[in-house]
Write a protein that binds this ligand. Structure first.
Ligand code: SAH
Length: 556
């Protein structure tokens, strides 16, 4: 049975530690760090570690010598606590030798009667709470439990998780906290409306809903700005967040409407080179060798917001990286800014790559960018990428074509120009249709398919989010249940919708569930990444030292 996990605020409380051991000494340190006052009851003649002696000398720890009889302990439990709670101690940690079974039982029963939470080391039967293997860095805290299956294992898992985090994760938490406050003050918003709990922002199915870019009302503008913060938290590579300054972020928040727009052709000195590069759907293993080589010879990488951390990590440390300043309602301006930065660098003779998610020519504005750069005198080279539209079905066991089931594939979008609903595709029974940029508007979009185009409401479908990333998720359902499934499961962008009978060629919904959810992706990332690092040599570095300009990103 899973426990209810919580993070307890212990400031000012009195915690009683009964019996002394190495475990007790570790508990005493944690109690002091949590802002509570420990009192230790132990036998006369106990030998303490230097740190415990120091706590006592500094007045941070009170030690009571006692022969540990239950009557005295009962009395201590009721009298040593704070006055405001009538002397009852707030929490009890028992650390007695294994032979003291009866005494442990008596202490446990007394604590239960007095409603005092108790933890008895090595005796789960005498605990009303257990402690997590924890990691703290500033305000960031992480706890791991294996529900009593092994504290050593929990500690190992904690270490590995902690190692995978940026070292300044505490500073990142602070930064986001400051930013939330600054925005809240500016827009005079209630905290709840910008997501008091970041989880709400991430899990809410509304997180990625459509925000109009044009003719926006004051309410919409406010929504754009609150969404901006939620999207920074959701999309920004954590490592990059640490390198950002609050001033940069706040400026980006302010001046997003004043992005420079290139006007006329500038004079060339040395001719730079532009390459439009497809980065695949997310996993490094799905980059082409051509893309890898382009990344490794670039002076400047102009990346889309969707290009994930794993791919950004292989950009050499000497290379400058700019991630699109896209946030809700600002797609057009952000695109102009990116193009303008590209032209400036090209005019300086630089080798620039436009790193685009998936394939550059599948809903990536690749054609527009090609024409733009060509008109400015820089005809791009284009390197194809594996499109999410075709990779996501493969990664979720959907053969897009299958004999007697599907003989054609259509890739389309649910978001047309300026946010309009695009021309609806016909329903063809033998067709697998992949909808990109659609999940945020399924509520309005799907009824139109069913009512206006006669799509089968029972058509099997799959929502595939973050395809090929470690946090890939596949939700399988039927067309008419998509909106309910999205509302129930929340959104984990980017995601797409695959429809058609091909969805049930391999997966069979034998339990006739309304929807099923599968987490994770079976592409072996670590191994792939290791071999790529070997391939590209020591220049691949997860910690870029060159200036990194990153600013908010957007739902496309
Ligand atoms: N050029 C890209 C598509 C850009 S449009 C490509 O070829 O993949 C952006 C849309 O692509 C998103 O809204 C989402 O529908 C889809 N998408 C991109 N990456 C994805 C991924 N890893 N998993 C699922 N969908 C993805």
């Amino acid at each position: 049975m899973p426990s209810l996990l919580a993070s307890l605020i212990s400031t000012g409380e009195t915690h009683l530690v009964i019996g002394y051991s190495n475990v007790a000494s570790i508990r005493i340190t944690s109690i002091i760090e949590s802002g509570a006052s420990p009192i230790l009851i132990t036998n006369k003649g106990t030998i303490f570690t230097p740190s415990v002696q120091q706590y006592q000398e500094d007045g941070k720890l009170e030690i009571i010598y006692d022969d540990l009889k239950i009557d005295n302990i009962r009395n201590s439990l009721k009298t040593l606590g704070r006055e405001e709670v009538d002397g009852i101690v707030d929490r009890v940690f028992v650390s007695l030798p294994s032979g003291c079974h009866l005494l442990k039982k008596q202490i446990f029963e007394t604590c239960k009667k007095l409603r005092i939470p108790i933890n008895t080391s090595d005796s789960p039967e005498f605990c009303t709470f257990t402690l997590l293997a924890s990691y703290t860095s500033g305000d960031f805290q992480m706890g791991v439990t294996t529900s009593g299956k092994g504290c050593r294992l929990a500690s190992r898992i904690k270490r590995e998780l902690a190692n995978s985090l940026p070292p300044d994760i505490g500073a990142i938490c602070n930064k986001i906290g400051e930013l939330r406050k600054a925005i809240q003050k500016e827009d005079q918003l209630q905290l709840e409306s910008i997501g008091e709990h970041d989880d709400d922002a991430v899990n809410s199915h509304k997180f990625n809903t459509f925000v109009p870019e044009f003719n926006a009302s004051e309410e919409h503008l406010k929504l754009q700005r609150t969404r901006w913060l939620a999207q920074i938290v959701e999309y920004y590579p954590l490592k990059k967040l640490a390198t950002l300054s609050i001033t940069d972020l706040t400026n980006a928040y302010h001046d997003h409407k004043e992005n420079p727009t290139p006007t006329k052709k500038q004079k060339l000195s040395r001719k730079g080179q532009l390459t439009l590069v497809g980065s695949g759907p997310g996993s490094v293993s799905l980059l082409t060798l051509g893309a890898l080589q382009a990344i490794h010879t670039a002076d400047l990488v102009l990346a889309d917001k969707l290009v994930p951390q794993q791919v950004l990590d292989i950009i050499p440390r000497k290379t400058e990286l700019f991630i699109a300043r896209k946030f809700p309602g600002n797609a057009e301006k952000a695109q102009e800014e990116l193009l303008s930065l590209g032209i400036t660098a090209l005019n300086e003779g630089k080798n620039v790559i436009r790193l685009k998610q998936g394939d550059p020519y599948i809903f990536g504005r690749g054609g527009e960018e090609f024409n733009y750069f060509k008109d400015q005198g820089f005809t791009p080279t284009v390197i194809p990428g594996i499109t999410s539209a075709l990779a996501a079905p493969v990664l979720s066991n959907i053969p897009a074509t299958h004999r007697d089931v599907a003989d054609q594939v259509l890739i389309c979008t649910g978001t047309g120009r300026r946010g309009a609903i695009p021309t609806l595709p016909e329903f063809i029974k033998s067709r697998t249709t992949v909808f990109l940029m659609t999940l945020h508007r399924v509520v309005e979009f799907i009824p139109k398919l069913i009512e206006q185009k006669g799509w089968d409401p029972k058509l099997p479908v799959a929502i595939i989010e973050r395809a090929s990333c470690p946090d890939q998720r596949v939700i399988r359902t039927t067309l008419s249940k998509v909106a309910d499934a999205v509302e129930a499961c929340g959104s984990r962008p980017p995601g797409l919708l695959v429809t058609g009978y091909a969805c049930e060629v391999i997966f069979k919904n034998e339990d006739a569930k309304e929807w099923t959810v599968e987490e994770g992706c079976n592409v072996d990332f670590d191994e792939t990444f290791d071999s790529i690092v070997k391939l590209v040599g020591s220049s691949a570095s997860p910690e870029p030292v060159a200036p990194v300009h990153v600013t908010p990103q957007i739902t496309v």
